[in-house]
Design a protein around this ligand. Sequence first.
Ligand code: HQG
Length: 180
Amino acid sequence: MDDQKFSKTLSYHLRHAPHELGLQLQPGGWVEQSELLEALHSKGLPATLEDLKRVTQTSDKQRFALEGTRIRANQGHSTKVDLELQPQVPPDFLYHGTPQASLTSILQQGLLKGQRHHVHLSPDPATAVEVGKRRGQPVLLTIEAAEMHRQGHLFYCSENGVWLTDYVPPQFVAAPPPSS
Ligand code: HQG
């Protein structure tokens, strides 16, 4: 299996379906590397500790973290897990890229977390545009994060620099003017 495919398999199991491998995530989302490797073997997916280390190091978005004998996905979970993130004060503005088709709904409802545990926000416009591009022509939204925080919304920053919050009400979302 190539690294990209292996990375997808790891994401799937560490974020969404640990139970399919008979694994249970520890607090923080951790699993023992040895247990993960054993479980992958039993599914006919032979992987080694070296593979885990390489994919963790080379993952374009630092999706995984190794700590001692354990591994976890840094964010993006849908399975129930307490990532033990501490609330943090966000920068004045954060960014969110979304396909053009979602814009009207977002300006009405705000940003919803959907299947994920949190709404994901980027620290810079370029990253947000890349995220938005995954689904079509991207629109860059600017989020008044500091103002949200002043009004009591909690923010967390994942290990790979993605900002997380529960919900972004529409009044904190600024879209570019229609002509741009
Ligand atoms: C949209 C990837 C209509 C939201 C990326 C997004 C990121 C609404 C989609 C990470 C809406 C959810 C997260 C509303 C939100 N009406 N559409 N009210 N509220 N949406 O994938 O932020 O590859 O769950 O704009 O790089 O796109 O997984 O979230 O388009 O970091 O490592 O609903 O996923 O990283 O999509 O991406 P997602 P996202 P990984």
